[in-house]
Design a protein around this ligand. Structure first.
Ligand code: ATR
Length: 267
C-alpha cells in the first residue's frame, strides 16, 4: 500500500484527507492518506524517517511549511524563493520539497482572468509569497501592487519580486485601474474579522478572489458579487494545489471536478 499524508499542528481541521481520499477511491488506488498531528520537537524525526517508514511523501501545513526546509535533501527553486514547502516527495530514499500553492492559485483563477492590466494584492504573509509569482506567471508581470497592514512585509515582497508596494490607506486609489483583486490575508475566515474594504473605486469588470475558503463566500466575495463583479472562491486553490503531490505519490494525475467540489463542501 502506498502511504502519504499531511502533517501539521493542529491538524484536525485539514480537508486534505477527504480530498486525497476521494481521489484514492475514484482511481481505485491501493493507498492511504492520513492526517498526522506532529509536535514541534518531533518534526525533524518524523520527516527524516519517512523513507524508512515507507512514506511516498506528504503535504505540510501550518505551522511547518518553513521549518521543514532544513530537514530535506533537495528544495525546488520556487519553494526556496517562497521560503515554504507544502509538498514532500520521497524518491530513491531522498526527500524533495516543493511548493504547489503557486500553481494551485494560478490554476484556480486562470480560466477567469481575461485582462492582465493590473492586479492588487492585499496581505503579505506566506500566502502572498505564492500568489505574487503566480500572478507574474499569469501575465501580470510587474503590474502587481501589494499592500499590507504591516507595510514592511509588503515592501519586502515588492523588493523580492520586483513589483510595487503601497500603503494600506491608499487602496481606494490603487483599485481604480485594477482588473484583479486578491485577498491573501486571513481576514474573512471563520472566526476572524471580515476584511473591511470599500470596493466603490474598483471597476465592475474586475475579478475578485479570496484565498480563504471557510466560509466559501467570504464577506469580501459577497460584497463583490452584490455589486456585480465576477468572483472566484478559494476552494479551487486547495484542490489544485493537491494535484502534483497526488500524482507524484500515487502515479495518476487526478482531476479537479464539480463532484469533488461538492464532496468537499458536504458537512
Ligand atoms: P501566513 O504567513 O501563514 O500567511 P500570517 O503571517 O499570519 O500568515 O499572514 C496573514 C496575513 O493576514 C498578513 O498579511 C497579515 O498582516 P500583518 O503582516 O500586518 O500581520 C494579515 N492580517 C491578519 N490579521 C489582520 C488584520 N486584523 N488586519 C489586517 N491584516 C491582517
Amino acid at each position: 500500500m502506498i502511504k502519504a499524508g499531511v502533517i501539521g499542528h493542529p491538524i484536525s481541521h485539514s480537508l486534505s484527507p477527504r480530498l486525497h481520499g476521494y481521489w484514492l477511491d475514484r482511481y481505485k488506488i491501493n493507498g492511504e492518506y492520513k492526517a498526522y498531528d506532529v509536535l514541534p520537537d518531533e518534526l525533524e524525526q518524523f520527516i527524516r524517517s519517512m523513507p524508512e517508514r515507507g512514506f511516498a511523501g506528504c503535504n505540510v501545513t501550518i505551522p511547518y511549511k518553513e521549518k521543514v526546509i532544513g530537514f530535506l535533501d533537495i528544495i525546488d527553486p520556487m519553494a526556496k524563493r517562497i521560503k515554504a514547502v507544502n509538498t514532500i516527495v520521497v524518491k530513491d530514499g531522498k526527500l524533495y520539497g516543493s511548493n504547489t500553492d503557486m500553481t494551485g492559485f494560478a490554476a484556480n483563477i486562470a480560466p477567469h482572468v481575461s485582462g492582465t492590466h493590473k492586479a492588487v494584492v492585499l496581505g503579505a504573509g506566506g500566502a502572498a509569497k505564492a500568489v505574487v509569482p503566480a500572478l507574474k506567471h499569469l501575465g501580470f508581470q510587474d503590474r502587481i501592487a501589494i499592500c499590507n497592514r504591516t507595510d514592511e512585509r509588503a515592501q519586502e515582497i515588492a523588493r523580492d519580486f520586483e513589483i510595487k508596494s503601497f500603503a494600506w490607506k491608499d487602496y481606494a486609489k490603487e483599485l481604480t485601474d485594477a482588473d484583479l483583486l486578491v485577498n491573501t490575508t486571513s481576514l474573512g475566515m471563520a472566526g476572524h474579522e471580515p476584511l473591511d474594504i470599500d470596493l466603490s473605486t474598483l471597476p465592475k469588470t474586475a475579478l475578485i478572489t479570496d484565498i480563504v475558503y471557510k466560509p466559501l463566500i467570504t464577506p469580501l466575495l459577497a460584497a463583490a458579487r452584490e455589486r456585480g463583479n465576477p468572483i472566484v472562491d478559494g476552494l479551487g486553490m486547495l484542490l489544485h494545489q493537491a494535484v502534483p503531490g497526488f500524482e507524484a505519490w500515487f502515479g495518476i494525475k487526478p482531476e479537479v471536478t464539480g463532484e469533488l467540489r461538492e464532496r468537499m463542501l458536504a458537512p
